[in-house]
Design a protein. Structure first.
Lengths: 252, 222
């Protein structure tokens, strides 16, 4: 019974901390490898787009960043739901650790989109449904981080933040469809990107970059959750042992 | 069940009427913000007519926001909120009552005042009607969603700014459909579709938001 591998064991901060420490280098290495391969495919191998020229190559950053910005919000909401339902300590910390990365991804997606939009659409910004909902997603990340930062008691911060995340996740489809409908009333589909079928190398480049962003997000979130753990659990023996260098740590 | 809601509404209304200055200042805030736009963008009637739905709706959002921090703060301070949480009725019902009372003193006067301000923007009569209707339909959703934000930020440092940061992004669908209904009427397309969606949002918000707010209040009261 005792030898059986039990995933729940890692819900405890003391066991999760070294596990996260062991996982970080791996995901960082994955991120670097996938990133190099994806950039090589995207920047050097993939053919020039016959409509958009070389400018399209920004999608190798833009699309993965947009995917991650939405996905990370869902993951945060998932942890928030787990945390509220089972009252686990680690879940709220995971949500908090993911938030800055998610906001970064949303910002990157908007920024690269603007850089792409200027040569392609002739405008840095258009009030298109996708752009608007991505902007609102960034606002939701900022709101979550501001709320969590304003609450001193970490347990209340976790719970209140989690509730906000769940409310936000209910709202995301509503926001998305509302801006879509609002927009189609005002302007036609002039800004719709007519996607021809992609070249295989383009698709691979994009997927590799998505894996890179994915691994990066995991590595960074784990690093962040480790420092949150140390801060929150600073009164415990295992943290003291860890900080004095006598714990089993990540080398064990 | 209706009794507790009615009791909370009655109590909150009585309290609000004893402090009428708060209601009136929110209304004047609405009027001033709306009046600033013609001064800022110039008195062109065509331009104003185009801006009017958005301006009136945004001003209504801001005016609603203004009174939100007070929604639970006073009750929290004098302990009423804890008594409500301890009462045998679910806290969500009491919050429903508070949301309704908040709407009666903030959303309803705004909606009734809006057509007068719409005249300043040279809106045609049918658009004025739709504007009033959309505000009547939409402002309860604002009170409901706002209650979640008010409950989450209860007793926090810088609660007011934080509240707007949390709540304004969630208000966007209401704003889009509310202003969209008036826009569509001005354009001659008919605003029924927008009004239906607005009503759907309001019913969803009034159904779910009080329970989310109640959960947030329990977190704050722990």
């Amino acid at each position: 019974m005792k030898d059986r591998f039990n995933l729940y064991r890692f819900a405890s901060p003391a066991t999760f901390y070294p596990l996260a420490g062991r996982m970080i280098p791996w995901f960082a290495a994955f991120a670097a490898l996938f990133g190099l391969a994806g950039l090589y495919l995207g920047m050097l191998v993939a053919p020039t787009d016959f409509q958009q020229g070389e400018g399209y190559r920004i999608i190798f950053i833009h699309v993965p960043a947009s995917w991650m910005s939405m996905f990370i919000y869902l993951v945060m909401a998932f942890w928030a739901a787990i945390g509220l339902a089972f009252n686990t300590r680690l879940s709220g910390m995971m949500a908090q650790a993911l938030a800055p990365t998610g906001a970064l991804m949303a910002f990157l997606s908007l920024w690269t989109g603007a850089l792409w939009g200027k040569p392609m659409w002739g405008a840095w910004w258009v009030w298109d449904a996708r752009l608007t909902s991505e902007l609102i997603l960034l606002f939701l990340y900022i709101g979550y981080m501001a709320l969590v930062a304003a609450i001193d008691d970490p347990r209340r911060a976790d719970k209140a933040g989690g509730l906000l995340l769940l409310v936000g996740v209910v709202n995301i489809p509503i926001i998305y469809f509302s801006v879509q409908w609002w927009n189609t009333l005002h302007q036609g589909s002039s800004v719709n990107l007519t996607k021809s079928s992609m070249a295989v190398t383009m698709l691979w480049g994009m997927l590799l970059m998505a894996f890179c962003f994915w691994s990066y997000a995991i590595a960074v979130a784990l690093a962040r959750v480790r420092s949150i753990l140390l801060e929150r659990e600073r009164h415990t023996d295992w943290v003291k042992a860890e900080l004095l260098g006598v714990g089993d740590g990540e080398r064990a | 069940m209706l009794k507790i809601i009615a009791a909370v509404i009655g109590r909150d209304l009585k309290l609000a009427l004893r402090r009428q200055a708060d209601i009136v200042s929110a209304l004047f805030f609405f009027i001033i913000v709306v009046s600033l736009f013609p001064l800022g963008v110039g008195p062109e009637p065509d331009l104003l007519r185009k801006l009017a739905p958005g301006v009136l709706w945004v001003a209504a959002l801001l005016a609603t926001m203004l009174s939100l921090p007070r929604l639970f703060a006073d009750d929290h301070r004098d302990g009423t909120l804890e008594q409500l949480a301890l009462a045998p009725h679910p806290l969500g019902l009491a919050v429903t009552g508070k949301v309704f009372a908040h709407w009666l003193v903030s959303g309803l006067p705004l909606a009734l005042l809006a057509p007068v301000l719409g005249l300043q923007f040279d809106l045609p009569t049918d658009a004025l009607l739709v504007l009033t209707g959309s505000l009547l339909l939409g402002t309860p959703a604002l009170s409901g969603i706002g209650a979640i934000g008010a409950a989450l930020t209860l007793g926090l440092r810088g609660g007011g700014i934080l509240l707007s940061l949390l709540v304004l992004p969630l208000y966007i669908p209401v704003l889009i459909f509310g202003a969209g209904a008036v826009d569509a009427t001005v354009a001659g397309l008919g605003g029924e579709g927008h009004l239906s969606l607005l009503a759907a949002l309001t019913f969803a918000a009034l159904g779910f938001a009080p329970w989310a707010s109640a959960a947030a209040l329990k977190i704050a009261l722990e």
